[in-house]
Design a protein. Structure first.
Length: 99
């Protein structure tokens, strides 16, 4: 298993630093545009919750990205965090030899 370098980066950090701040958008304003509860977006930006498929679709539409972009950010974050938590346990699992 290949380990990725660097810390796990929450998609809320990407949303905040690469989209909201440069565009001078508040979570409230973006939530209103996306037609989602303000608290959902505030929690994502505060890195307290992840991005759901629903939110990914809405962000993709608004920012002209893809939903996969947002979901891949979330998946990468989740995998990195979980790998850190399971590091010792995963080290004990034997790898099967390539055929």
């Amino acid at each position: 298993m290949r380990e990725s370098k660097g810390p796990a980066i929450h998609p809320g950090e990407i949303l905040r630093e690469l989209y909201l701040e440069p565009l001078s958008l508040t979570p409230y304003a973006l939530a209103k545009t996306l037609r989602i509860p303000r608290t959902r977006l505030e929690r994502i930006v505060a890195e307290k919750v992840g991005i759901s498929a629903d939110t990914a679709l809405r962000l993709a539409k608004h920012f002209r990205t893809s939903p996969e972009f947002w979901l891949n950010l979330q998946a990468a974050y989740d995998l990195k965090r979980e790998a850190e938590l399971l590091k010792d346990e995963l080290a004990q699992i034997e790898e099967v030899a390539a055929a």
